[in-house]
Design a protein. Structure first.
Length: 401
């Protein structure tokens, strides 16, 4: 809602009433609600609290000074008067930063015990593991809103990629978490959502994901870049019939080397380069036949890999160099996945799917805090977006955003 207000009313980012100030207010009040829930031992409106010796008793207004300016927050109270908030302590007007640090450290993959120990050792702040758990648990409400927020009507490109995480479901096993990232008509990156899979996803699974995106307002996608996900092209055909599905050429090349001896990598790469850089599909077919003639007997698996992916490999050959740079690879999403992997590796494994999704969501929310990456990204996309505008005339216009 804050972003929509910023767009429609020209809401400023910083200063009095700015976007960051309002966002800080929501985060603080969400964390305070988590603290009083931890103190009372039951959620708001929970039947467990009826007839208990202590309960919620409204809230009081308080202004706290933060890095983004003064923020007015509602501090919850209890009937017994025993609630002592740690995020916004009584009689203190300057934010100590414990709540912010809890969320920041959790986004970096630290466990609740590690966060509690870190705050106690470095800052002398007594924040229990249960309080840390409750504070981060409140993030799930924001995640649900984020995962269901309205989307733009059209995006030039969607990137779909997976990050494997270890989840203990009876036994610890790798599970994919799929990230769908879009590039807007303004040239900015937008993570549309995250979905957990079991590794055996097919057309039905992807139909569910894409239908969910369409129901959130996404009517058209010019091109979708992925890495050979089974059943995905069929699902795209059903939801967005005009969308071009493009396999990640860089990943296709990397996967080729898995079937080749190390001493042949340079030769195989040299033989495949004319295929991936061919001026058109006919030329690419000729170069691939030459590759098959030279290497097919020694590495038939590479030939099969390319043959199976051919229908999703050739679409980008019909476009100019600016679009080719963009859609030949999922590198656009790799920097996002690198941040996610850092948080995931720090945790080792997760007790359940919800914990893994929460960790990844918090990692995504902590991306590019200064906005410098966003600015560089926007400038880098100007030329490709102009090329998309020409190649897909009538489908991509500024008014679509």
């Amino acid at each position: 809602m804050l972003v929509e207000r910023a767009r429609s009313e020209g809401l400023q980012l910083t200063g009095q009433g700015g976007l960051l100030q309002q966002l800080t207010k929501r985060v603080l009040e969400c964390a305070l609600e988590g603290e009083i829930t931890d103190h009372l031992g039951y959620e708001r409106h929970d039947a467990v609290g009826r007839g208990s010796s202590n309960s919620r008793n409204g809230s009081r207004a308080k202004t706290v000074l933060t890095d983004v300016g003064p923020v007015d927050v509602k501090v919850p109270r209890d009937t017994a008067g025993s609630f002592e908030p740690q995020i916004v302590k009584k009689r203190r007007r300057r934010l100590t930063g414990n709540g912010e640090m809890v969320l920041s450290l959790s986004a970096k993959g630290l466990t609740h015990g590690e966060i509690s120990a870190h705050l106690a050792e470095v800052y002398g702040a007594e924040v229990s593991e249960q309080t840390v758990s409750t504070i981060t648990g409140q993030v799930m409400e924001g995640m649900a809103e984020w995962q269901n927020r309205p989307l733009d009507r059209v995006y030039p490109v969607l990137f779909v990629d997976a990050v494997n995480v270890r989840i203990r479901d009876g036994k610890v096993a790798n599970r994919p978490i799929y990230v769908v990232m879009a590039v807007t008509v303004d040239g900015t990156r937008d993570i549309l959502g995250i979905w957990a899979g079991d590794g055996g996803e097919g057309a039905e699974y992807w139909l569910h994901v894409f239908t969910e995106l369409k129901n959130r307002g996404l009517d058209d996608v010019l091109m979708l870049v992925c890495d050979g996900l089974k059943g995905l092209p069929e699902a795209v055909e059903t939801v967005w019939p005009r969308t071009i599905v493009q396999t990640c050429v860089v990943h296709l090349l990397r996967n080729s080397f898995r079937h080749a001896a190390r001493q042949d990598w340079d030769k195989v790469a040299g033989a495949l380069k004319p295929v991936s850089t061919a001026p058109g599909e006919d030329a690419a077919t000729e170069r691939f036949l030459e590759f098959r003639e030279s290497w097919g007997r020694k590495y038939p698996a590479i030939v099969k890999l390319w043959s199976d992916a051919w229908a999703e490999f050739v679409p980008f050959l019909a476009f100019d160099v600016e679009i080719r740079k963009v859609i030949s690879s999922t590198n656009a999403i790799e920097s996002v996945n690198a941040r996610i992997r850092g948080s995931v590796r720090a945790r080792g494994h997760f007790p359940n799917e919800a914990a893994a999704l929460k960790c990844i969501y918090m990692a995504l929310m902590s991306l590019d805090p200064t906005g410098k990456g966003r600015k560089r990204w926007t400038m880098r996309w100007k030329a490709p977006l102009n090329a998309f505008q020409i190649a897909f005339e009538g489908r991509l216009t500024p008014s679509n955003n």
